[in-house]
Design a protein around this ligand. Structure first.
Ligand code: ZN
Length: 370
């Protein structure tokens, strides 16, 4: 057999082709090798080689061929394998650390939530990594191979440097979390890529990657908790702006001269909708109406296919959501245009943690971005 030396570019092309097959099978599970060849334009022999690799590595599994009654070799359907590869997501929240291990099909294998013991960055990082390590050990015990970790942070994140730039709710500014977390993980022998993102951005990616049917694009995730923020998926990727601040809509101003916000200004969305400003059902209804205004602003800014509502305040249900939805309906009726689809987060309180896992997959499926 003739040996070929692969150049860097050929390696990249191969990675792109492999992930193209995985993406095709995510969209349409059960395709055969021949179908994959037709859909991708790759030759049947290339498909054979790549499919074998992907099966051996645990990405795909092959089902027994359906009995069709005709003679000859029947095509075997291929699917994503839920038994071999795991992704871990972690959320450093304002008062808790949430972790989740997820399959490449979006099924939650295991999750864990503990109260955040300290707001001192070094100690918070240590607690987060300890929780990730215990989950990683459990995943390994169940014979999964860990592919990577996605960490969600409560503020604007410089993802390249892993720096939490601005998190007024916990009083952090320019904290180099990436260095600390990666250092601790490496010291503990955990050798997988770690990604850092804003919590709402990850929740948006979770909805985008693990949603049912074709992906909604643009998709906006509106996170309503102590903080208020948005994750924006636009043209198949996260839109985080020039320095990670895009989507910090909790600090857009809805009422000039309004109540004081954690950022030091008045009348921000967070000061009107944030969980710390809601005590009674009357507060919830007033906050809900302001959420309606915020949804309308997001709708007009991005013209999204879908707006997903998540965060702890959403769990208040009708007293918070009904005023929001009727405000949106009123805007829609006045303008004579149909509003985007609005729905509740699929993974509830796990949205950011599952989103962290989804982000690992999102990056792997798009080698050209990496
Ligand atoms: Zn503010």
């Amino acid at each position: 057999m003739r040996r070929m030396t692969l150049t860097g570019d050929q390696h990249l092309v191969k990675r792109i082709n492999r992930m193209a097959l995985v993406r095709l099978l995510r969209e349409e599970p059960g395709l055969s090798r021949a179908d994959l060849s037709t859909h991708s334009g790759l030759t049947k022999s290339t498909i054979s080689i790549l499919a074998k690799e992907l099966i051996d590595e645990g990405w795909l599994l092959e089902e027994e061929a359906q009995h069709t009654g005709s003679l000859g070799r029947r095509p075997k359907p291929l699917r994503l394998n839920s038994q071999r590869l795991a992704l871990i997501g972690a959320e450093l929240g304002i008062d808790a650390i949430q972790t989740a291990a997820v399959t490449i099909n979006g099924e939650v294998i295991e999750s864990q939530r503990t109260p955040l013991r300290s707001l001192e960055p070094q100690q918070a990082c240590h607690q987060l990594i300890a929780q990730v390590l215990s989950l990683a050990a459990e995943v390994k015990e169940r014979h999964y191979r860990l592919m990577g970790i996605g960490v969600g942070l409560p503020g604007a994140v410089d993802e390249r440097a892993g720096v939490l730039k601005f998190a007024p709710n916990i009083g952090w500014r320019d904290v180099e979390l990436g260095k600390r977390l990666s250092g601790e993980a490496a010291a503990a022998g955990l050798d997988v890529p770690i990604y850092y993102q804003n919590e709402a951005d990850l929740a948006a990616i979770g909805e985008f990657e693990f949603g049912e049917g074709p992906a909604d694009d643009p998709l906006i995730f509106l996170s309503c908790g102590i903080g208020v923020g948005a994750g924006i998926v636009l043209n198949d990727r996260l839109f985080s702006g020039a320095s990670g601040l895009a989507g910090e809509i909790g600090h857009t101003i809805l009422q000039m001269g309004g109540p004081m916000c954690s950022c030091g200004r008045r009348g921000c969305a967070e000061a009107l909708i944030g969980a710390r400003h809601i005590a009674t059902p009357e507060d919830a209804a007033r906050a809900g109406a302001y959420l309606g205004v915020l949804i309308q602003n997001v709708w007009m800014t991005f013209n999204p296919t879908v707006i997903v509502l998540g965060g702890e305040t959403v769990e208040r249900g009708a007293e918070f959501l009904d005023p929001a939805l009727s405000a949106v309906q009123q805007f829609a009726a006045e303008a004579g245009i149909a509003p985007p689809q609005i729905r509740i987060a699929r993974y509830g309180s796990l949205a950011t943690a599952v989103g962290g896992a989804a982000y690992v997959l999102h990056c792997m499926l798009r080698p050209i971005y990496g």
